[in-house]
Write a protein that binds this ligand. Structure first.
Ligand SMILES: Cc1cc2nc3c(=O)[nH]c(=O)nc-3n(C[C@H](O)[C@H](O)[C@H](O)COP(=O)(O)OP(=O)(O)OC[C@H]3O[C@@H](n4cnc5c(N)ncnc54)[C@H](O)[C@@H]3O)c2cc1C
Length: 387
């Protein structure tokens, strides 16, 4: 006699439906941009942040808020409104004329604590000031912060990791803070929807500003300034501005940039001659040569340097590491000169010249000069291979 098989559980009842994820719905808050100025001069990154912030508020259906801390900056308040702010919180006090970590932090923390709801998103520039201030605000509110973003978005996110069961679930309006990941040609999407404000800093020159509209008007709310004694522990005695010669890197139409392949600081003299063939040109550099002291930091292009968008970028003896690429990949035309045909830069340059920069650059200078003197459009006779 054979024993009748017990029906298996799966035969007895259909597979259980997966439990729906809990939804962590919080009220959609505003997007806040912390304005940056140097001695009263509004920094372009603020205008760019307002452009990026506008896209986020349009998705959230909320308001774009600017926070301005300074002294006698009424004109700047208007500038913020013309560039997209729906409301400006303005702290106006003589003690706030110059940026100082502790005083500015105090004003922002007090403001955020006084609001009925925290902002959904809070944005600062990836500048010396923004990098100093943003972590202090994030640490105070025990919220996340993603530095050096190149893209921002709002969207839903399903958190399925069971490491912390309280976090499991759907977050409908999560900030997608997107930035290049270290050492690889990858974009990392960094999310931290657990707590508002979700914070990010973005690099100067990356986000697109809105066209100013001088007809826009908005509410301006003066913030009371109540500094504590301990906020005055740090005093800025003097602000010394570095005087840079020539065209600013971020405003140049043509950048001739040099890397370790130039072999010595003197190599940059050759690059200066090439740059001089163009109007509105400037010299750029990789971090490696800046670290070596071949050229000042003001010339560094890349993740920890400047983000540039010239019409033409000529990279000489630069390998094309991701940290360099993120600072110049939006250039109109990229020409790379490198003696290694497998150098990573050839993967994203529009034109590549394989060879020794010490032979190619003088030839380019000679041909550009000849072109200029004859006023003819001469093609550069170099071994060019398009990738
Ligand atoms: C956190 C972090 C942040 C960073 N931030 C930045 C940044 O902002 N900007 C930045 O640039 N880097 C940055 N870096 C460094 C980056 O990873 C690279 O190390 C750096 O960009 C390499 O510089 P390079 O291309 O000049 O030198 P190398 O990588 O050494 O490349 C030199 C190139 O020159 C070529 N070459 C040699 N001789 C000649 C010749 N005679 N003619 C033509 N070509 C020649 C070689 O084939 C090689 O490709 C950062 C790194 C980290 C970890």
């Amino acid at each position: 006699m054979t024993e009748a098989k017990k029906p298996t559980d799966s035969a007895a009842k259909p597979a259980a439906e997966p439990e729906p994820l809990p939804v962590h719905e919080t009220p959609r808050g505003n997007v806040m941009v912390i304005a940056e100025h140097i001695m009263g001069e509004l920094q372009p990154v603020t205008i760019e942040l307002l452009g990026a912030g506008r896209l986020l508020t349009d998705k959230l259906g909320t308001q774009l808020i600017a926070v301005l801390i300074g002294y006698k900056m009424e004109e700047t308040v208007q500038k913020l409104i013309h560039h997209g702010a729906d409301k400006v919180y303005y702290a106006d006090d003589e003690s706030l004329q110059v940026y100082c970590t502790l005083t500015y932090r105090r004003v922002i923390v007090d403001l955020l604590e006084s609001l009925p709801e925290p902002p959904h998103v809070c944005l600062l520039g990836s500048t010396t000031t923004g990098r100093d201030l943003a972590p202090r605000i994030a640490a105070h509110f025990e919220t996340g912060l993603t530095a050096d973003c190149t893209e921002l978005d709002i969207g839903p996110y399903e958190h399925k990791s069971k490491v912390d069961p309280t976090k499991l679930g759907l977050y409908p309006d999560c900030l997608y803070a997107i930035r290049p990941s270290f050492g690889e040609s990858l974009k990392a999407r960094i999310l931290g929807p657990w707590k508002n404000p979700q914070m990010a800093t973005t690099r100067p020159g990356v986000m697109t500003p809105l066209k100013p509209d001088t007809k826009r008007s908005a509410e301006v709310i003066k913030i009371p300034v109540k500094l504590l004694d301990k906020d005055s522990r740090l005093k800025v005695r003097d602000v010394v501005r570095e005087v840079s010669k020539g065209v600013k890197l971020t405003e140049a139409d043509v950048i001739v940039s040099g890397g370790f392949g130039m072999q010595a600081p003197d190599g940059f003299k050759l690059l200066e001659q090439l740059a001089a063939c163009f109007e509105n040109s400037a010299i750029g550099a990789s971090r490696k040569v800046v670290d070596l002291g071949w050229i000042p930091y003001a010339h560094q292009v890349g993740q920890t340097g400047k983000t540039v968008r010239p019409k033409l970028y000529i990279a000489c003896g630069i390998s094309g590491a991701i940290q360099h690429r993120v600072g110049m990949s939006k250039s109109g035309t990229i020409i790379a000169i490198n003696k290694d045909p497998d150098a990573p830069i050839f993967k994203f340059a529009h034109y590549g010249i394989v060879g020794d920069a010490y032979l190619i650059v003088p030839e380019l200078i000679r041909q550009f000069k000849q072109t200029m003197s004859s006023q003819k459009k001469t093609e550069v006779e170099a071994v060019v291979h398009s990738h």
